[in-house]
Design a protein around this ligand. Sequence first.
Ligand code: UD1
Ligand code: UDP
Length: 365
Amino acid sequence: MTKTIVSVVGARPNFLKTAPLLREFARHPESIKSLLVHTGQHYDYSMSEAFFQDLELPPPDFHLEAGSASHSVQTAKVMTRFEEVALEVRPDWVVVFGDVNSTLACALVCAKERIPLAHVEAGLRSFDKTMPEEINRLLTDQVADLLFVSEPAGVDNLFREGVEKEKVFLVGNIMIDALIQFMERADSSSVLKKLGLNPGTYLVMTMHRAGNVDSQENLMQLVRLVHSISERAPIVFPLHPRTARNLKQFGLMDELQSCSNVKLTAPLGYLDFLFTVKHSLGILSDSGGVQSETTYLNVPCLTFREVTEQPVTVDMGTNTLVGLNSDQILLLVDDILNQKGKKARSIPLWDGQTAERITEVLLNH
Ligand code: UD1
Ligand code: UDP
């Protein structure tokens, strides 16, 4: 019997997590009818369409065009529009990814309409409820019927929260599936030539967490820090739209643009980003995904946060949590530039087979 599986994407990190799974679904045409919903949470070419091209994703079967708004309005828009799709299709499974507003919105619709829900990247906890992502993770996991977890701490978190053991599967990190699948294509990227940089000579920076970039004071501190670091090594800094908007609003863009050793770019496509990261000396970031990508690639990563939902990247990987402590950050940057950055061990189940394990469970449930 064929199962109809609806996968939901909305924001940049979702696209990479879906690509390996859709590819795996396509290997089972007799058992799976796969449909893709794009909520439209991210909509700029560089935040959405560019990923569909790089990751060879099929065009969405349904586009909800929810766009940007306050958290409640955005979540509500996705809910009302996804409800129509869910009722029209009545899928056997809906699969949601990660921790963005679109994830929770569609999870709630499934819970209310009693449509079976699978959550990929379940169980991760930062234990910081001021992060919108933490609320999205906690609530999505409460209503999911299958919870696919990327690292052991996630399993412990779910059991502690009372989630039934039979629903939880430690399957590994699906972002690493994408990285492994697309690295060969990324290797022919010409992005470094375009930026005028040689491999192994520069740092990369990404910054977009509301907690870091929505406050004028924090953003000013970040710009000053970037200036100091750029005196030590060139920095490639693709600007997330939230960060670009706030830099302009707080009058900080000119100061950042005047740092001659900082290569400011639009958000990079996935293949260019992977290539840039792979050949960098190290990364400064507050991203979720970058923490696991750098661990897999064995590139040192300084994470501008006090907590992480992915402790394995600190315990076994290249990740160091640095908050916004400028003195400590400059010391750690010097370590990286002197080849003394953290080295990674290989992480069990981060092997490129996560999509296969998820599909097997979905088909047999
Ligand atoms: C969202 C996720 C965050 C994730 C990030 C990945 C939530 C609560 N947050 O944060 O967990 O790490 O995506 O990148 O879901 N904007 C544009 N063009 C776009 C998209 C956004 O200009 O294509 C601007 C708008 O001004 C918008 C702002 O960016 O208001 C924030 O977008 P939003 O999707 O609300 O949150 P992100 O910061 O992108
Ligand atoms: N990314 C990209 N281009 C960029 C910045 C990020 O392709 O300019 C990719 C990168 O692989 C990262 C993923 O987008 O892991 C997720 O992005 P983001 O950091 O926005 O989201 P988070 O993981 O923090 O939710």
